[in-house]
Design a protein around this ligand. Structure first.
Ligand SMILES: Cc1cc2nc3c(=O)[nH]c(=O)nc-3n(C[C@H](O)[C@H](O)[C@H](O)COP(=O)(O)OP(=O)(O)OC[C@H]3O[C@@H](n4cnc5c(N)ncnc54)[C@H](O)[C@@H]3O)c2cc1C
Length: 481
């Protein structure tokens, strides 16, 4: 970017009076600024488009600190400039967007991505690293992280800022529970290292904190010995009660390493439990499977044996197929919810009503997790109350390419989602459901209800680490558009 453009950009971003277009000091890394492209204005969801004013591609972590310090010290009272980290931009409701502000591209950081400590069983990774690359790196040492998302082409910072839930969470908790230490650059530009013991308020706040308090630059992830293979099992059910009963039996057993489930069909509904047993060549895997199956009610079973890597990368392979068919780069009006076990039958009725109106093209996941695998000090929210088990329900629709922003077909689907939210989500409906990967509807009350008793604390941590509300405007928590 040439100097004239920088002068223009900063004159535009920081209008310090009509005669004083501002040139950034050299320590902010002028060559890190670029003109944004359409990629920074839209995400995987393709539901909201908002353009930033600038794209910042740091060469080293301290460039981010300099940027934030610069923005803090140069903001005149009442002026507004926002800065937001972007990972892989796989959000679906504009959570990573920075309207009119500066996008920090975390994937562009050039410093070393990985530093593994095999004897202490952890790896230090750049927050902009993709989980698939973390897996490839750790497997070289026969090790692996324990807790995953279904899809691995997401960044470490991107999933740690939301939670990171999958079929392993019933045993190891979400990804945020599998982190030993973080490096964070706060909204004020301070570079801080934090953990459960050291700067713990920042550590807990940032994990599931939707990018509100700081930008994660490094995470220390817990590892375990990696298995070689996976017995991947699918069992079919017609009855929702038996399906959920068997899912809960599975998460209480010692053998399964992964448990999920999904609903398929429109007029004719069926449910499938998907579970996995990890193993090595000499393990008596068939015996283990027989033991597990002997405790379950359904015998409609389908099994396959795949490598551990291929199992974890299953959605990555689906992506390739969908891309070939032109079905990946389409709008994704997704809705992710956490439903208390006590409400799961009522909630299933809501789903059935919705599916009867409009069958889901995509996936509709339903699976239980234990709430005691979460740390309530962290920012991520679970449904309130004494629920030992909550169900993850993900309604992952794809719609046609022509269902663009503002089209009636997209509005119809978003309307179906809103109907479910209105009937079930705490603060609106009566089921005490919590939204996961929540997004703003433009009302402060949405977030106050979302954070419930944690809202006061959330606000006070924001005040401490990002008092000028510079960071991560995308979810619309402290910034309205
Ligand atoms: C195909 C697919 C499958 C998925 N499966 C799962 C799943 O199984 N389980 C699950 O839990 N989620 C799943 N997700 C959702 C995904 O985990 C979240 O959307 C996640 O935030 C995306 O990560 P990202 O790197 O794309 O982040 P982005 O979309 O770029 O950013 C997401 C948010 O994180 C913030 N952020 C990004 N980097 C940082 C950082 N370094 N420090 C602080 N804040 C940061 C951003 O500001 C933004 O608010 C899936 C998404 C897709 C597209």
């Amino acid at each position: 970017m040439d100097l004239l453009l920088i002068v223009f950009l900063f004159g535009f971003l920081f209008p310090f009076g009509s005669e004083s277009a501002f040139v950034p000091p050299p320590e902010v890394c002028p060559s890190c600024f670029h003109t944004p492209t359409v990629n920074q204005s839209i995400d995987f969801g393709m539901l909201i488009q908002r353009w930033p004013a600038s794209l910042f591609q740091p060469k080293q972590t301290r460039d981010i600190s300099h940027l934030l310090r610069f923005v803090n010290t140069n903001l005149k009272h009442g002026e507004k400039i926002t800065v937001g980290p972007n990972g892989a931009r796989r959000s679906s409701h504009g959570q990573a967007q920075v309207p009119g502000g500066i996008v920090v591209d975390m994937m562009s950081l050039q410093s070393t991505q990985f530093k593994i400590n095999p004897s202490k069983r952890y790896i230090d990774v750049n927050a902009g690293a993709l989980w698939v690359d973390v897996l490839k790196e750790t497997l070289k040492h026969g090790l692996t992280p324990r807790s995953w998302t279904d899809y691995l082409y997401l960044t470490v910072g991107g999933t740690l800022s939301v939670g990171g839930i999958s079929g392993q969470s019933f045993r190891y908790g979400p990804q945020i529970m599998n982190v030993l230490q973080l490096d964070v650059i706060t909204g004020k530009g301070d570079m801080m290292t934090c953990s459960d013991k050291h700067n713990s308020e920042l550590f807990h706040g940032v994990l599931g904190g939707l990018g509100q308090f700081g930008i994660i630059t490094r995470a220390r992830i817990i590892l375990e010995v990696a298995p070689k293979k996976t017995k991947w099992v699918k069992i079919q059910y017609d009855d929702f009660k038996i399906f959920t009963k068997d899912q809960e039996l599975l998460i209480a057993m010692a053998e399964p390493d992964y448990v999920e489930g999904y609903l398929t069909g429109g007029a004719q509904i069926s449910y499938t439990i998907e579970f996995a047993l990890y193993y090595n060549e000499d393990d008596p895997i068939q015996k283990m499977l027989d033991v597990v199956m002997s405790r379950l009610s359904s015998t409609k079973i389908d099994t396959s044996d795949v490598t551990y890597f291929d199992f974890l990368n299953r959605v990555g392979r689906e992506e390739l197929d969908l891309r070939k068919q032109g079905l990946w780069d389409v709008p994704h009006p997704w809705l992710n919810l956490l439903v208390p076990k006590s409400q799961i039958y009522n909630f299933n009725h809501l789903i059935l009503q919705m599916v009867a109106k409009s069958p889901v093209t995509g996936a509709l996941l339903i699976y239980p997790v234990y709430t005691n695998k979460w740390n309530n000090k962290m920012s991520m929210m679970l449904p309130k109350g004494n629920n030992t088990v909550v169900y993850v329900v993900s309604i992952l629709r794809s719609v046609g390419k022509n269902c663009t922003i503002g089209s009636s077909c997209l509005k119809n689907v978003l309307g179906l989602n809103q109907d479910i939210i209105d009937k079930s989500v705490e603060g609106k409906g009566s089921m005490g459901v919590k939204e996961y990967l929540a997004y703003s509807t433009g009302k402060d009350s949405t977030w106050i209800a979302h954070f419930g008793t944690k809202w006061k604390k959330f606000k006070s941590i924001k005040h401490k680490y990002d008092p000028l509300h510079i960071l991560s405007p995308g979810p619309g928590i402290f910034n309205s558009f």
